[in-house]
Write a protein that binds this ligand. Structure first.
Ligand SMILES: C[S@@+](CC[C@H](N)C(=O)[O-])C[C@H]1O[C@@H](n2cnc3c(N)ncnc32)[C@H](O)[C@@H]1O
Length: 217
């Protein structure tokens, strides 16, 4: 099978916007995500969807891939942060707390990021809890990118909620897949194993980012 990562790259200004954005995804993983989104959206003409917007770093690449395919990127987040982003935890950023409410609010940062990148019109932000949004969603999707909460409850909820909306030969991308527990939490890895057992095949591995293709509904 053709390596998707060799077939497309974002324009330099898009890559620069990605690199300047607040977030956690390294460039090599971003390029693999971008190539998968270009391929899936280009082939099907359907939107791509991300669970876990945060400040819009990965959404920049999905938006640009969607733009190239004449579609949009959807990105779901309640914008209150995951467990590890709360005060006192490893990935907490105090500049992302709304001082009036006293809670994390990454929505303003996300909006600034997409505006700066000139990609606002190619993104639809869905502000809410992933399982609730998935339950009322009605359309088919070219690609589902799981990068939301990293507990079993959240990662499994994202998989079960959104894979049912994936097109027959759509792509599933899972971030933070660590087969060795010494490298990180295991919930995304368990989702990855479940996908393999439920009709997906692996397309590529880049760092902790796995791209899978649905082969059986
Ligand atoms: C690791 S960050 C996403 C990083 C982003 N994809 C990037 O590359 O910059 C995870 C995000 O998932 C969101 N999140 C966690 N659980 C969620 C849930 N059940 N529903 C919606 N969003 C959720 C958090 O608010 C957080 O912003």
């Amino acid at each position: 099978m053709t390596d998707l990562r060799e077939s497309s790259r974002p324009a330099p200004e898009v890559l620069a916007a990605f690199e300047a954005a607040t977030g956690f995804m390294p460039v090599d993983e971003g390029l693999a995500l971008y190539a998968a989104a270009v391929e899936a959206a280009g082939r099907t003409g359907l939107p791509v969807l991300e669970i876990g917007t945060y400040c819009g770093r990965s959404a920049i690449l999905l938006a640009d891939a969607a733009r190239a395919a004449g579609t949009v990127a959807l990105t779901v987040d309640h914008h209150r942060g995951s467990e590890e982003q709360q005060p006192g935890w490893e990935y907490h950023d105090p500049t992302l707390v709304d001082p009036e409410v006293g809670l994390m609010d990454t929505l303003p940062s996300f909006r600034r990021t997409l505006h700066r990148a000139g990609l606002e019109e190619y993104v639809i932000a869905l502000v809410g809890r992933s399982p609730q949004v998935a339950a009322v969603w009605g359309g088919r999707l070219a690609l589902v990118f799981i990068d939301g909460g990293h507990t079993d409850e959240h990662a499994t909820g994202d998989y079960e909620g959104w894979v049912q909306h994936l097109a027959e030969d759509g792509l599933l991308v899972v971030h933070d897949v660590f087969p060795d527990p010494a490298d990180g939490g295991q919930a995304p890895y368990r989702v990855f194993l479940r996908a393999l057992a439920e009709g997906f095949e692996e397309v590529s591995v880049t760092g902790s980012l796995r791209v899978l293709r649905r082969t059986k509904a």
